[in-house]
Write a protein that binds this ligand. Structure first.
Ligand code: GLA
Length: 376
């Protein structure tokens, strides 16, 4: 996408004048899934795909929202800035973000016109919604001169998701979108928010994203159900060890305590989270030591745990991962993001990438009837 072309689109819609443009990326998570809202570690990278926000202050009181990707347009008066629109309306993401400024008592001194354009495939589990929230936060902060820090904006974007999309998500997606750097992954402690930017120099290996084209929908309630189950696990463990989150017990402690969790489903959810946090720290150490093969096998372990214990994969993601692992030159393959559809992420040796795309694509389509897409 070209910012000058987007500016012309803005002018065509809203009229002549200055236009400011902002960009925030989507993300792919390499490992550390469903750990963020448990105070654990994640390891996402920002993508080159992302969302643009073009904005201009006006002398009106209202905000106008339009998107090049979706037809729905909205005109919202200031008294309605903190009220969610109907469920499913895309404007809830930018509006929910603007609501966070209002709720902090920051005065939005005039109206504005906004045009959104993005190339993160939506429903692919690559955080198109977080990119939209973060880019709105950055654009509003700058346009109205609020001077908030980037980390503050990231937290406000997460709150928008909670309050206007009804998803009790962790901080990973908004953090990766707001803090990601080119050629790096972010090793983030979601409890303290301290992080390490780890260079991703993969000699002879590519990161290949496979979009199952089976849309994941986070607001299906299954995500929030997982959040609740993790809290139940914490409560079950508390009489034996005083913890506030699953990140506060080690894998060895968990093995001693797991029988205290009476509900088998809750126990399996906790087993995934605690083991995934260990896999994530191990994976980052292995990557830093140049042991890509071990990193890949930890990715495989992550998927298996998300499939068997956390139960967030489903037929499409499992089929794509199974097909990927059959290909010579695949170092590791797993689902990425919230699950229930969306995308996989695989480490693939350079010479195997073409065969990977053709063979996984063909076999996946034969088995599911869906045409996948791949991004290298
Ligand atoms: C979604 C959420 C994140 C995170 C992932 C799973 O992407 O928005 O906060 O929980 O699922 O790791």
């Amino acid at each position: 996408m070209d910012i000058e072309i987007l500016k012309n689109e803005f002018i065509a819609r809203y009229g002549e004048g200055d236009v400011a443009g902002y960009f925030s990326p989507g993300r792919v998570n390499l490992i550390g899934e469903h750990t963020d809202y448990n105070g654990g570690f994640v390891f996402p990278c920002a993508l080159t795909f992302g969302t643009y926000c073009l904005i201009r202050k006006t002398t009106n009181s209202f905000f106008r929202f339009a998107s090049l990707n979706l037809e729905q347009v909205e005109k919202i008066e200031p008294e309605a800035f903190t009220t969610p629109l109907k469920k499913g309306n895309w404007v809830n993401y930018p509006l929910g973000t603007i609501a966070q400024f209002v709720k902090r008592g920051l005065k939005i001194s005039s109206g504005a016109d906004i045009l959104i354009a993005g190339n993160v495939p939506s429903g692919a589990g690559l955080s198109s919604s977080a990119a939209l929230e973060v880019v709105t936060a950055v654009a509003i902060n700058d346009t109205f001169g609020f001077g908030l820090e980037q980390l503050e904006l990231v937290k406000m974007a997460q709150k928008a998701e909670h309050e206007f999309a009804g998803v009790n998500c962790g901080i990973m997606d908004q953090f990766a979108s707001g803090m990601g750097k080119k050629d790096h992954a972010i090793f983030l402690n979601c409890d303290t928010l301290s992080y390490d930017l780890v260079p991703i120099k993969l000699d002879g290996v590519k990161i290949v994203i496979g979009n199952t084209n089976s849309p994941h929908s986070l607001d299906s309630g299954k995500y929030n159900e997982r959040v609740t189950q993790c809290k139940a696990a914490v409560e079950a463990i508390k009489p034996y060890k005083n913890i506030n989150s699953l990140a506060e017990i080690s894998w060895d402690e968990f093995l001693k305590l797991e029988d205290k969790i009476a509900d088998d489903v809750v126990k399996r959810r906790a087993r995934h989270v605690v083991s995934e946090i260990k896999r994530t720290t191990d994976a980052v150490s292995e990557l830093k030591a140049g042991n890509l093969e071990v990193f890949g096998s930890l990715m495989n372990g992550s998927h298996n745990s998300l499939r068997d214990d956390y139960e967030v994969t489903g037929n499409e993601l499992d089929t794509m991962v199974d097909e990927a692992r059959k290909i010579e030159g695949v170092i590791g393959s797993r689902m990425t993001g919230g699950g229930f559809g969306g995308s996989t992420v695989s480490l693939v040796k350079d010479e195997a990438v073409q065969n990977f795309i053709e063979t996984v694509g063909k076999n996946y389509q034969e088995k599911t009837g869906l045409k996948p897409e791949f991004y290298v």
